[in-house]
Design a protein around this ligand. Sequence first.
Ligand code: BTN
Length: 268
Amino acid sequence: MDFEEGFNADWLQNKLNEQSSIIGRKIIFLKETGSTNEFADNLVKKGSEEGTVVIADSQTAGIGRHGRSWFSPPGKNLYVSVILKHPLPVNKSGLLSLMAAVASCSALNKFASLKTGIKWPNDVLCNERKLGGILTTLKSSGDFVKHAVLGIGLNINISRDEFPEEISATTTSARIETGAELSRKDIARELLANIDFWYKKLTSGEEEDIISTWTKLSITLGKKVTAKTADGFYSGIAEAIDDKGMLLIRLDDNSLKKISSGEIINLR
Ligand code: BTN
């Protein structure tokens, strides 16, 4: 099945086999599914191998972070999930989403000539509007990851009037930002090749490269932020991320607060 001229599992798999060794060993293209993350979760239960990729042209129940839905119309955007099985220490699992954000920004900046940046931990923004997001689900066994599903949604060719009203002021797409129709297949290929590159770094203990590239792409660090977390709101200057991807905020009383998960709701 082709999503558009030549954009199919065989093409992508051949391209990736030239460049990568883990991600894209098996690729499944779906015209429509509820959520590629859920589809991939079911594949994991059936024993699917590491590096399996699920791509859908549309999702009827795309899942976002913090219980939100992910707008997923057909023919426009990228909805991708990747199955990972390396027994990464659980305390480093936050780096999976960070590396996916790095991989997404680099692919967009290269193929769409965009200037995207990352809002901690893994929102892909362009001109202060959200262009892409990442949702990672994982199961652990003891202190190690048993399997993870890395879900990536990137708004590529959707135009402003196609967004639902409630997200249209805060969301954007590569096409809105560049004024040009872009090739989903080139961006998908680059994205998956990038994930392969960063995943190999992560699994071979070279995660400091992920941290330093994330830091270069960050639009959060150095800014005054308010973070919404499970145990309350914290305001201060976002100073850095640590080696596990946690955000370090210098609070107004000069103490340092480490945040492992949450949402930046205010960025100045
Ligand atoms: C976010 O809210 O920022 C995360 C959005 C993640 C969306 C992607 S699209 C592919 C994969 N399948 C899903 O249902 N969600 C993720």
